[in-house]
Design a protein around this ligand. Sequence first.
Ligand code: ZN
Length: 88
Amino acid sequence: MRQSDLKLDGNAIAGLLREIFTMEMTNAESTCAGCGKVHAVGRVDVYLNAPGVVVRCPACEQVLMRIVRGRGRYWIDLTGTRCLEFKE
Ligand SMILES: [Zn+2]
C-alpha cells in the first residue's frame, strides 16, 4: 500500500486534538510555514500510520504537525505551522 493510500483529512484526528486543546481544532486555521497557505485543520492531510500522527499541508506537503502519544505524555511538533488561529 502506498503512503498516499493512507491519507485522511484533519477530521480523522479531531478526537486526538480535543484531548490536547480545549478548543474545537478542526475549525482552527493553520498557516503553513513552507508555502504560507492557510487551511482549516479539518482539511489538512493526515497520516495516522507514520511514526505518531503526521499532518501535512495539502498544498505543498510540508509537515505541519507531528503528534506522538505514549507513556502518559504527548509530544507535539508544530515547527511546520507558522500560525494557528482559533475563534473565541
Ligand atoms: Zn504548504
